[in-house]
Ligand binder design. Sequence first.
Ligand code: AMP
Length: 115
Amino acid sequence: MSDCIFCKIAAKEIPSSLVYEDDVCVAFKDLEPQAPVHVLVIPKKHVESVLALTENDKALVSHILVDVIPKLAKSLGVAEKGFRVVANTGAEGGQSVKHLHFHLLGGRSMQWPPG
Ligand code: AMP
């Protein structure tokens, strides 16, 4: 989508601190980190949110959650102690960028409930 900031990051039209890339997704450091490790994993394909996912996106979601995030958690050094994966969805869910993204947060003890 032409006016989507995360599409532009995926297309390398604007810079980011990339930590991972494959054919399906990219991961980059969050601009305003909320934990010592805070990366965003996004599909290259524009999908607005969890709510916009369809049957056709099952492989994409599975790839990100099964293949990519666990490996990233290990490579970023947070797998052993634990980490959090968050997909804020919609206004009350706190979603500010309307391109599906999974926050991977770690490196400190997380609180519950979230704010
Ligand atoms: P959310 O509020 O769940 O939609 O998360 C959006 C996240 O994207 C926030 O944590 C922002 O700090 C982050 N963000 C926005 N623009 C950029 C950018 N250009 N590069 C890296 N992270 C960004």
